[in-house]
Design a protein around this ligand. Sequence first.
Ligand code: MRU
Length: 312
Amino acid sequence: MRTIDWVDGAVELVDQTRLPDECVMLRIETVADLIDAIRRLAVRGAPALGVAGALGVVLAAGDQDAIARLRAARPTAVNLGWGVDQAAAHLSQGQQAVLKAALRIRDDDIAACEAMGKRGADLLEGDRLRIMTVCNTGGLAAVERGTALGVVQTLHERGRLAEVLALETRPLLQGARLTTWELARMGAPHRLIADSAGPYLLAKGGIDAVLIGADRIAANGDTANKIGSYALALGAERAGVPFIVVAPETTIDQATPSGEHIEIEDRGADEIVTIRGRRVAPEGTRAVNPAFDVTPHDLITAIVTDKRVIRP
Ligand code: MRU
């Protein structure tokens, strides 16, 4: 199953807002519907957003306003704007050239995830590994296989995975809803933990590595990823556990010198004062809701890409 693809003249994608209850495909024929799907996280995860951006340019059929709106649908993952720009660069050559470029981005992502899985699994030492991870970095965040969860998948296929501890990832529960769903489909042993349990469990010992994905890696290695990543990095540093970022080269943004320049999306109060549509805080409670945080490069043991291992 592909998370996102081009099928008979439209974008088809898994509606991730409905998982794990049901796995349904959305067929998207307009840029406006694609932007809506991106904003409400029906499609999400940096690599998948890159493919969505590129395929969206095909749907836009030369409408520059629509392309600009698509590019700005979510600000933090560099892949969205990158995918849009890559496809838009072919606009002067006609629709077929734009589609060809977008499909190349899809295919490159499939190959990159395969390569990251192998390189990450080769980097880690030991036979019965216990891995901690946050958010969802699996096939649902890309096209077929994922980034950090792609490494987990490769470890599992090689018989080297003892267990994954997955953070639930409040407020939208990508860990609880999506990562557990993917791990169950892989047949990989896993347990779900509350976000705040991460650093404590690292301190207790027995975790071999923290593996995370990335939404944007600045030129100096500072890495924006799902909120909670920074707390895990601090906990991992204190516990002496390797903290490894797994992301394609396309997530490295050489135009952004360091993490302080990365725009962090704030998704508003509703997601914090409610859980799956039900209010949990008193009426009128204000909230702050950064969807991502930045882990400084000195807390990162290694960045594994489809081409190399970087030690920031
Ligand atoms: O808000 P989301 O669900 O799009 O956030 C996704 C993440 O933070 C992922 O860790 C990141 O995009 C890397 S996905 C391979």
